[in-house]
Design a protein around this ligand. Sequence first.
Ligand SMILES: NC(=O)c1ccc[n+]([C@@H]2O[C@H](COP(=O)([O-])OP(=O)(O)OC[C@H]3O[C@@H](n4cnc5c(N)ncnc54)[C@H](OP(=O)(O)O)[C@@H]3O)[C@@H](O)[C@H]2O)c1
Length: 319
Amino acid sequence: SYLYILHMPRKLMSSCRSNHVLDGCGHAVLITGCDSGFGHHLARCLDQKGFVVFAGCLSPGGAGAQSLVRQSSSNLKILKLDVTRDEDLQQAKKMKKVGSVGFYCLSGLWAVVSNAGISDWAEIEWSTIEDFQKMVDVNLFGSIRTSIAFLPLVHASKGRMVFVSSIFSFFYCLNMGAYSVSKRGLEAFADCLRVEMASFGVKVPIIQPGNFGQATNILKRKTALDIWNKLDDEKKRIFGREYIDLANDYFTSTCRVGFKDTDPVIAAMLHAVTSARPKHRYLLVSTMEMFFFSIFPFLPTLLADAVFSLKDRKPKLSF
Ligand SMILES: NC(=O)c1ccc[n+]([C@@H]2O[C@H](COP(=O)([O-])OP(=O)(O)OC[C@H]3O[C@@H](n4cnc5c(N)ncnc54)[C@H](OP(=O)(O)O)[C@@H]3O)[C@@H](O)[C@H]2O)c1
């Protein structure tokens, strides 16, 4: 019985956490980036649970959006939504009625899942300002644009603003500069929104997936030659082909590992949308990685940086 008392607070916590208040009926959710990956799977899952799903797609006529239509009920509506285009967001906001459902009927708009994103990899010295701008425009400003457009509706329903971030919001490594900048900015935005919305009953959960590159279309495929051809003569001389090959091997080897399906992320997203007590952050990494990623933000910089040195991996390179 002592043991029971000791475990009671934890049991209470976990029963609150798993207490799904919503069965979907009458609740609408808007998801960005549903052409493929997490957004696509979440849209189908919420549709099956009876939610009214507004699935934002970059290409509504494309294979991803069309398969979503085929596999879903008539309560799922595809929206043309490029999160870099204000016009698309304004147009989406006008969507008041879709058959018998719309943002302004039933229980209003319960949740927005800001999921659309892109990735790329390159060392900062190989990058242009346009590379950074493109990344930030989709991953950061895309989420901010979507939030500004739909926050009043979620505010009215005391619902959820869910953001799909990444371990790269706090973890950094070689070649992920632009992506890390975009996701760290996204979490700063989500953190500020969470404290502002706390007084109004709106929850702001953040999803932090680890390596699900094999389970979605997020990985930008390119070869060492693609990178080499993009460099000017001065950078070719500074880096040398051997270094580019090494960086490419390093990246492609990390792509071969990781989760093979999206289930853990979809379960976390579902919890974030439906639970009475969503978590502030959902860190989705393997059990082996959990310890490392939990302590990473607290490691001394010298120690953290040492993990990533290519120089140590290949001492014969003349840096
Ligand atoms: N997979 C991972 O390992 C991982 C890890 C951490 C975080 N994440 C994050 O998870 C989110 C979803 O990515 P995913 O892994 O599911 O990859 P994904 O399969 O590539 O899905 C991303 C979706 O966003 C769409 N998109 C791209 N640019 C857009 C724009 N301007 N406006 C609207 N939609 C746009 C893509 O459309 P197209 O298919 O037409 O390009 C695609 O449907 C992203 O925010 C990503 O950063 C992924």
